[in-house]
Design a protein around this ligand. Structure first.
Ligand code: ZN
Ligand code: MN
Length: 438
């Protein structure tokens, strides 16, 4: 990246993710759509036919609120759905049922392992659109995805570098999986990101002044893609600003082939969406005991696990590995090994760095550790023993030079006998061969 002394990055994220529910957001269609043939999970409601009435899915509402609690948001006691109007082939109603004035969750902060604190604006619930498939000059529409429960997480423009933004995206995945409210597989489109990017001068940063524009990069479907797209957009804005030109507020997409972002359409302002309360769905209200009950269901979260492992003496990369949701099996293994008297540090280092140890039962694991603790692995110590034995067997070197490679095994046998089997055979064999070849 260019020397960015003159400009500083201002970055905000909008993250959309599918919740794991039995049925879709406002109808009874089966929400397990990922392997299904096109247009097989549809009904009048999610096809957007006139007269079809939406009924909110309480499971989706609850799961969105659980996510809000995990991120420290305020759970609004009153909430409602709104219509967000725009016209697109994958949205036949002409509006999306979303939330505007009274989202389910507001505020909240997420502390990253880097120490940076992400400040959230809101978490709301909405319905996903259908999927357009372009085939030559034709566009086909698959409505399976239409009406899928979609959570939108909106951050404030708090990020100052790409690395924290990527870490936050990964944190979302970990938290959603830990809460078991979604699979957030980016390849299946279950997690999508949008990045709002602008640059400002250090003086503006000092005054806490936001730039007057932002450029939104849409449809980011991997973290690698996000990094590349944001870097490309920073370069573009930097070169415009340093020439004294201004940056247009617009939506842009990233072309991986050219490595550049391209203009898509001018960004709508909120008023262009003509939001108004959804008249077919009554407002929702949640009492204190309902919210308290949800709070009591929150499991130990990834950053709490990470802290716990650091306190147990693990290195940061080991703590991170052990706190991944997909590694929870290894976390159980670790706790069982620790209770057998092996130190957390030793056990974690083996699990993280030696994959073969992950396959052991706790009993086998502990036995292997004990065995290796008793072995003589120190090179200098082994060298002393080995040279002593070679001195007593002067013909062994000559045998080796004459091509009798089994003389190495002969010396190794003597070493094992002298150390009562404690010498590490692999290291010993290496040293013997080195001595012979010298
Ligand atoms: Zn449906
Ligand atoms: Mn949205």
């Amino acid at each position: 990246m260019k020397n960015m002394d003159e400009y500083r990055l201002v970055l905000g994220l909008e993250i959309h993710l599918h919740l794991r529910t039995k049925t879709k957001m406002f109808c009874r269609c089966d929400a397990d759509i990922y392997e299904a043939d096109p247009n097989t999970h549809v009904c009048p409601t999610c096809l957007g036919l006139p007269g079809a009435l939406p009924v909110p899915n309480s499971e989706a509402v609850m799961k969105a609120q659980i996510l809000g609690i995990a991120f420290g948001c305020k759970i609004n006691p009153d909430s409602r759905f709104d219509r967000k109007h725009y016209s697109y082939p994958d949205l036949p109603k002409g509006y999306q049922i979303s939330q505007y004035k009274l989202p389910l969750c507001e505020g909240g902060t997420v502390k990253l392992n880097s120490g940076f604190e992400v400040v959230l604006e809101r978490i709301h619930l909405e319905e996903d659109t259908a999927k357009s498939i372009h085939e030559g000059s034709k566009t086909l529409v698959d409505f399976n995805k239409s009406g899928m429960p979609l959570v939108e997480i909106v951050t404030t423009p708090c990020f100052r570098n790409i690395e924290d933004a990527v870490e936050f995206g990964k944190r979302i995945q970990e938290v959603v999986r830990t809460l078991e409210i979604g699979d957030v597989d980016m390849e299946k489109g279950q997690l999508r990101l949008e990045a709002n990017i602008s640059l400002r001068t250090p003086e503006m940063e000092e005054r806490n002044e936001l730039p007057k524009y932002k450029v939104e990069i849409k449809n980011i479907n991997s973290f690698r893609f996000m990094e590349k797209a944001v870097r490309a957009e920073i370069e573009r804005q930097y070169s415009l600003l340093s020439k004294g030109e201004s940056v247009q507020q617009e939506n842009r997409g990233f072309n991986e082939v050219t490595g550049k972002t391209v203009s898509q359409r001018n960004k709508e302002q909120a008023e262009d969406y003509r939001y108004f309360p959804e008249p077919d769905i009554p407002p929702m209200s949640f009492d204190k005991s309902y919210i308290e009950n949800l709070k009591s269901k929150i499991p130990v979260l990834p950053h709490e696990k990470y802290q716990k492992y650091l306190e147990m003496g693990l290195a940061p990369n080991e703590a991170e590995f052990m706190s991944y949701y997909n590694n929870s099996g290894y976390a159980i293994l670790l706790s069982e090994i620790i209770s057998s008297g092996v130190s957390a540090k030793t056990a974690a280092a083996l699990i993280v760095n030696k994959p073969e140890f992950r396959e052991y039962t706790p009993k086998e694991f502990v036995a292997k550790v004990k065995e290796s603790e008793n072995k003589i692995t120190d090179k200098d110590e082994l060298m002393k023993i080995i040279s002593g034995i070679i001195q007593k067997n002067p013909t062994a070197v000559q045998d080796f030079k004459n091509g009798k490679s089994n003389s190495v095994e002969f010396i190794l046998g003597q070493v094992m006998r002298e150390t009562k089997g404690k010498a590490d055979p692999q290291t010993s064999r290496k040293i013997i061969t080195e001595v012979f070849q010298a």
